[in-house]
Design a protein around this ligand. Sequence first.
Ligand code: GDP
Ligand code: MG
Length: 371
Amino acid sequence: MLAMLKSFGESLRSAFRKIANAPFIDRDLIKEVTRDIQRALISGDVNVKLVLEVSKQIEKRSLEEKPLPGMSNREHVLKILHEELARILGTGRELAVKKQTIMMVGLYGQGKTTTCGKLAKYFQKKGMKVALIAADVHRPAAYNQLKQIAEGINVPVYGGGKKAEKVVDEGLKKFSKYDIIIIDTAGRHALEDDLIKEMKKLAKISRPAEKILVVDASVGQQAGTQAKAFNDAIGITGVILTKMDGTAKGGGALSAVAETGAPILCIGTGERMDDLEKFDATRFLSRLLGMGDLQTLIEKAEEAAKGKEKSIEKTAQKMLSGKFTLLDMYEQMELLTKMGPFQKIADLLPFGGRLKDEDCLLYTSDAAHEG
Ligand code: GDP
Ligand code: MG
């Protein structure tokens, strides 16, 4: 997945790889990698000011902070890169699984109608009774599109009227016994007065718990501008970024939305009804970089480091007081193996899993050439 994001991911990945493969980590390498990351972020349409901020932070922390006990210099720098990048991509918020009305807003063609279907399916899978209302009355095709989507996932839909308020009012009555009602609304090419008026009216009638802005991620940083404008106009509760599978600007879109303070609820990663994912910066980044779960490795290393510190202290005291027993020795051995079998740790390492996929391909094709 995330095919086009690959170019953004690929340049970030090569920066991470430089750290992982370097014989040793020094000031020059850190400076070089910081520049690589700057370039990658800018090509991903991340705001230049933010890029400078984050790269400065990466360089400063890498040079000044001491690695945690039990962590190598290399792991330390990878951890900082990861933390700083995850920070600018923002935090997600999970949609509550409870009885509620959800109103979808956004400009034309951003993916509102498709995302209505995706969300309906998501809640349906959680065991909720879901219904859809087609309140985009301006384009005749809009109702049919939602109807088709609804049929595909077995969810009832109400629509077809000429006046959006009437459709919403009637739909809410019809589906009053349902847990989740999702209202699809019309978009425009820009945020115009009549769109704002219509959204306000519909929100007044339906009193939605969530007003979700749907934005196509390929607008990059502009996603932040849209989030701010819609928030000022009607007050949004969160953002869903769509078409993350088709753009290299996803990083820019995520970071710009994060800057507005609007939580990212989900990301759309394809045209199918299942192509909706919860957003978690750490996991997103790990996958974007094509790495194993770096976060898990970091937690594991931190935990082991904590345990080791305490135990070494205890052992030292015992040795000094002449009370070091066979049992203590056993504990020390145990600690050494605490991190688990090597392969398991290697899988968690960013480059541990590498041999399994593309590098294996590289090797096989090389071998084929030689053979
Ligand atoms: P609306 O005008 O905001 O309601 O947008 P639509 O839901 O009609 O979507 C516009 C186009 O974008 C359609 O062709 C969708 O299939 C496509 N689309 C929506 N979400 C995604 C996504 O996450 N990935 C991809 N690749 N296409 C999407
Ligand atoms: Mg639509």
